[in-house]
Design a binder for this molecule. Structure first.
Ligand code: MG
Length: 342
């Protein structure tokens, strides 16, 4: 199988309601889709969303990155293309992820396998994703959480901002009034070290699963102080993009867990390297995503199926936020349960 043609298109999927975190507010998912065709009429699809606040890439940057390198892959096998991509291309991690997932999909097709099979499991299990509760006024967030639980979505990723009193109030409200909720807190780097400790003390009576990236990504010292102080697991997200970042955080014990995203690490190939390291070192992970299109969510879910021993939390709720259901998913979402469509 050899690569014959690579093309890109820009797609916009409207959301039911705006998605709001400490870093950004968006009303639709905008992404670049790359379609790679081979000489045996197979194709692989990859996608990269614009998340400039996180990866530094907007739509024109992603398009430009892919357009400027695509000709060098023509005539290669998908395996050769992956190697070339990760050794010879300088570009942002999202553009790289889109190309990587399309190439890896083709590698699986060359072996006549489904992606999850190619990545290591033949017996797909049911997965459970969280659902994002966007950063809003405290009572509105409580109502959103209540509505989510009524819709069968009990794993809540609650987005909090820099007002620490608001953050404590939101979690106290949800924790005391919605006992079925599994609460994941995501501060998206909004807090100082002091705020983080105040928050931990302020929600002591509430059972929460973990606290994600409380402080700015570059401040590993504060992250470590928080991890040492907290009995709640601390998860590094924006602080870890690559395997090198992951090793640094884990070896220094700066966080208990890490959030792997295809768009941060540069695709399936790189995520596998991180997952193998975590498997070896007994580090549990979250497999997360940005707000993404259906094919990159497919890729992440196939990967999740192959690493259920390492991935403890799945944050792949983008399809639940689309205004209209997508018919491009390999998976069916029923509440928080996610099942492969066979
Ligand atoms: Mg996060």
């Amino acid at each position: 199988m050899r690569i014959k043609h690579i093309e890109c298109e820009v797609i916009n999927i409207p959301l039911k309601t705006p998605f709001i975190t400490a870093l950004r507010r968006v009303e639709s998912v905008a992404f670049v889709r790359v379609i790679i065709r081979s000489d045996d009429w197979s194709f692989g699809i990859g996608e990269a969303p614009a998340t400039q606040a996180i990866t530094g890439e907007d739509i024109p940057i992603i398009l430009n990155s892919i357009e400027s390198v695509k000709d060098m892959f023509l005539g290669s096998t998908p395996k050769e293309a992956v190697k070339l991509l990760h050794t010879g291309c300088r570009m942002g991690s999202s553009a790289k992820a889109a190309l990587d997932m399309a190439f890896v999909t083709l590698m699986a097709k060359a072996e006549d396998k489904e992606l999850h099979e190619f990545l290591g499991t033949a017996s797909p299990q049911t997965l459970y994703t969280d659902i994002t509760i966007s950063l809003k006024e405290s009572l509105v967030m409580f109502e959103d959480a209540k509505k989510a639980i009524e819709n069968g979505l009990h794993i809540l990723k609650v987005k909090l901002g820099k007002d620490i009193n608001h953050a404590i109030e939101v979690i106290q409200n949800i924790g005391s009034k919605l006992p079925q909720a599994k609460i994941i807190v995501d501060a998206n780097q909004a807090w100082s070290l002091e705020d983080s400790l105040i928050f931990i003390d302020g929600i002591k009576n509430v059972k929460i699963e973990l606290i994600e990236q409380p402080v700015i990504a570059s401040d590993l010292d504060s992250l470590k102080t928080i991890t040492d102080y907290s009995s709640i697991p601390i998860l590094a997200d924006e602080a870890v993009f690559t395997l090198t970042d992951v090793k640094k955080v884990i070896e220094s014990k700066s966080a208990d867990m890490i959030n792997i995203k295809l768009m941060k690490c540069g695709g399936i190939t790189k995520a596998v390297e991180i997952l193998e390291y975590c498997r070896e070192n007994n580090v549990k992970c979250m497999l997360g995503s940005m707000l993404e299109g259906p094919y990159s969510i497919n890729a992440a879910l196939h990967l999740a199926l192959a690493y259920t021993d390492v991935i403890k939390y799945i944050d792949l709720d983008s399809p639940l936020l689309y205004k209209e259901p997508s018919d491009e998913l390999d998976f069916e979402f029923d509440g928080c349960a996610v099942q492969l469509i066979i």
